[in-house]
Design a protein around this ligand. Sequence first.
Ligand SMILES: Cc1ncc(COP(=O)(O)O)c(C=O)c1O
Length: 377
Amino acid sequence: MQISSAVPSPCFVLEEERLNRNLAIFRRVQAEAPVEIMLALKGFALFPAFPYLRSTLAGASASSLWEARLAAEEFGKEVHVYAPAYREADLKEILPLATHVTFNSLSQWSRYQSLLSQSSPEAGLRINPEYSPVETALYNPCVPGSRLGVRASELGETLPAGIRGFLSHNLCESDSFALEKTLSQIETLFGAFLPQLHWLNLGGGHLMTRRDYDVDHAIKTLNQFHRRHPRLRLILEPGSAVAWETGFLVGAVEDLLPQDGFTYAMLDVSFTAHMPDCLEMPYRPEIRGARQPRPGETAYRLGGSSCLAGDFLGDYAFERPLQVGDRLIFEDMMHYTLVKTTMFNGVPHPAIGFLRSDGQFELWRQFDYSDYRNRMG
Ligand SMILES: Cc1ncc(COP(=O)(O)O)c(C=O)c1O
């Protein structure tokens, strides 16, 4: 696909049409199941897009003071905050911003509960449901010895006074059957507490906007659970699912370096700085019009713009030989990628823009030397 010459390189581009498609799924789920959906800012914090999300989603969830501020200032509506360990000074700033504040441990709750008053947000505890389908340990909050959440055995028989809700986050890019299993595990381990709670937040990881997600089954599962616990308010806080396949990163070829058996295409984007999960997870991003090279075909290895030796990805084949100046479109670069970018190596940060449904491109943000410099002093 040709992209408009109005889009600079490099640039992250959010696509309105694709965002709307995702929002329609969330509207349906909220209309047909007793559940409210918050945006998890850790997965997508592009606040100029919040006006498009606000009429569909019930609020935002934050996992730090700065995310809580952004949620309160730019999203409005409900602000759910959870952090693995609050610093007292941060929590004091969070309390006036949040509608719900969740503690990771019984010790944090007992240390800070006196800071909460009648007018404070509703307090919750993160629980560890001791079940997660996530195979990559880096993304599995329920690995043995996990530091995230309170186990049923630690809680004993009594819900700590003042706790109004539980947060369980144990999924990642998961399906509706993992949601079903999570609910049954929560009932098994924490069922005695459910009648005493106001809300149950089932965290993120519900990839409702992926094409193969069984939305009907999720709706049925949530309704069945609600029939068993009619007083409990159900909340989800997906990040990835909101921005799933809603945009791309454009980069350009700056140089071509033939090697033995492949050619380096040197780019104006960096994997380590602009698409870190490609190296961290690692995963191979889709590139529009590119595929796996067949035997005998010119293979391109994509060289990132930093000097990190491992800042490259490959190999890919293209319909026609690459030339200096060609643009590459890295698909699905909105969720997590945008919030995780860095200015490592002083490489220029890609601009950020919005492709409206009518085809018009809006340039939302450009970065310059001062953005890099000001982080350092
Ligand atoms: C507590 C909590 N809520 C929500 C999310 C969002 O998850 P996802 O982006 O996978 O939907 C995360 C992600 O790590 C999380 O830790």
